[in-house]
Design a binder for this molecule. Structure first.
Ligand code: NAP
Length: 525
């Protein structure tokens, strides 16, 4: 399939009516054809209106139809083969092995949602039978389950051009729930978006689903995404990206005449705490592991560890020296687009003005126009507590080390943290028992606690929580990764004393879908 620079609006491929833009190749900086034209207001309106028209018929489809859709998209992405891998690499400078791994993850996500629908219990069906003889008042028959919310607008991040993009986790979970999707493609990888969007649109068409089930709009102006979020037909938003972007969309959604939920996954510093016995026993190994995690993909992960906190004592010097050595020797490398590099340099300049010491700076030499070099800063616990900027993500390979004199400093740093996606604790022997309060504080700050590991590498599975208290995410009750992320796109509906033959199959007494349900307070086997 050749790229044509087209939007996909309710099954129709067409050029945008706005200004042209093109992807830029991150190493040489040259533009990559074709040109894409910004989606115009009428095109945004058509995509959203078609999604609204598709909402009820798509929500009413049999699970088998949506299972077929998810599997067809998964197969179609794989079938794009080298063409997709080469385009992703050209647009992002991510190496082919990483792209192949991300493609496998994207396909796996789609397959996991298909399996979730096949099993069926995710709808959380609850049945409370009537008790007409109850005194003083008879009890009615009540049955509830989760139903689709309506059209979802999806905004993907630049650093995951497949797994958090056009057919990434947000789209897969929304389609699985029965919600039409309108994607606003990331302007850093429009060609990747067009290729994957073509696969989704073809799957929708081949299965005879309503045209408005899926649309892809291209754009690089904030006004384009803003118009989509403000459209009355849109019922919810999925966003992965910067805090600035996520917050802007949350504010916009809240100010609509009819406010809608925005599930935004934003930045995170992912603090790492190294406790005394672990530091003494394996400080050098932890430093190696940490430096490798912080420089993976040049720090372009929302789970990249940006802060490491430890207590003075045995092993501290070895740990600090190894961290300095590894980060200082790390090669500079490209980021996925020039804005990421500019943001990294801007953040370093802000931090430099604060009470910090520069401990290590990797050589900046790189042929890539968008390259960034690893940076290691040091700051006292007091400085971290007093300066919010030191507790805020720097997107890229930057680490802030915080050596502490006593465990109360460790605790003070932890208490000062706002919400993060993860916190990691390294501990041996009685470390965890001796720092129980630290662990309790950390649990209140994050969505995922990691023992003796690294925060990068987000497993896609039922138990994963990728989210956390604000500002890591806009709603700490939900995960953006794993099968539980489907809960973002549904709402509960209750049927009271409803004619039995009109109930959804999931709520009928004979349980034709054979799903596990909660009946009169007990979970069915
Ligand atoms: P970004 O600049 O926030 O862009 C993400 C998407 O949102 C793009 O489509 C962008 O379109 C749109 N957007 C941004 N600001 C907007 C606004 N004010 N109004 C309307 N639309 C807006 O993110 P990015 O380029 O991917 O930058 C990387 C950031 O993502 C990092 O901070 C990183 O921590 C975060 N991230 C988070 C996660 C996570 O799961 N929490 C995962 C990966 C990355 P335009 O460019 O056209 O405005």
């Amino acid at each position: 399939m050749g790229l044509r620079g087209e939007h996909l609006i309710a099954g129709v491929a067409e050029r945008g009516s706005g200004e042209p833009f093109a992807a830029a190749e991150p190493v040489a900086g040259k533009e990559l054809p074709p040109a894409y034209h910004e989606a115009g207001p009428a095109q945004i309106d058509r995509a959203a209106t078609a999604a609204q028209a598709a909402a009820l018929p798509f929500a009413a489809t049999e699970p088998q139809k949506r299972i077929a859709l998810l599997r067809a998209i998964a197969d179609g992405i794989t079938a794009l083969g080298d063409e997709l891998v080469q385009r992703v690499t050209a647009e992002t400078a991510l190496p082919a092995p990483r792209v192949l791994a991300e493609r496998a993850r994207t396909v796996n996500q789609l397959q996991q949602f298909a399996a979730l629908l096949e099993e069926g219990s995710w709808v959380d069906a609850r049945i409370d039978h009537a008790d007409r003889s109850r005194q003083p008042q008879p009890k009615p028959d009540l049955r509830s389950m989760l139903v689709a919310l309506g059209p979802v607008a999806v905004f993907g991040a630049s650093n995951f051009p497949l797994a958090y993009s056009v057919a990434g986790g947000d789209t897969a979970s929304a389609l699985a729930a029965g919600c039409p999707v309108v994607v606003k493609g990331h302007p850093a990888h429009p060609g990747t978006s067009e290729l994957v969007g073509g696969v989704v649109a073809a799957a929708v068409k081949s299965l005879g689903l309503p045209d408005g089930t899926f649309s892809l709009l291209h754009g690089r102006l904030p006004a384009t995404g803003a118009r989509l979020v403000s459209h009355a037909a849109i019922a919810a938003v999925g966003f992965t990206g910067s805090h600035q972007g996520g917050r802007a969309l949350c504010d916009l959604a809240a100010a609509r005449p009819q406010p809608i939920p925005v599930f935004a996954e934003m930045g995170s510093m992912n603090p790492v705490f190294v406790l005394p016995r672990a530091l003494a026993a394996r400080g050098a190994a932890i430093a190696e592991q940490l430096a490798a995690s912080a420089t993976l993909a040049n720090g372009q992960f929302c789970t990249s560890p940006g802060m490491v906190v430890w207590m003075a004592g045995e092993g501290a010097e070895t740990f600090a020296a190894k961290l300095r050595e590894r980060l200082g020797a790390s090669p500079a490398g490209p980021t996925v687009h020039g804005t990421i590099r500019a943001g990294y340099e801007r953040a370093l300049a802000e931090v430099q003005k604060l009470p910090v010491t520069l401990v290590a700076k990797a050589a900046a030499a790189s042929p890539a126009a968008t390259a960034v070099a690893a940076t290691l800063w040091s700051a006292s616990a007091d400085a971290v507590v007093q300066n919010e900027r030191l507790r805020t993500e720097i997107y890229g390979p930057a680490v802030l080390e915080v050596p502490c004199a006593a465990s109360r400093d460790l605790l003070a740093v932890a208490r000062s943290l706002h919400g993060h996606l993860t916190a990691t604790v390294h501990g041996d022997g009685d470390d965890f028992a001796r720092h129980a309060e630290l662990l309790t504080v950390l649990r209140s700050k994050v969505g995922r606690l990691i023992g003796n590991g690294v925060p990068t590498g987000v497993e896609v599975c039922a138990a994963m929580v990728h989210g956390g208290p604000y500002p890591a995410a806009s709603d700490a009750r939900f995960s953006a990764v794993g099968t539980s992320s489907i809960r973002r796109w549904v709402r509960p509906v209750c049927w009271q004393d409803w004619p039995h033959e009109l109930l959804p199959p999931e709520l009928r007494d004979d349980n034709p879908r054979r799903i596990r349900r909660t009946v009169d307070g007990s979970r069915e086997p």
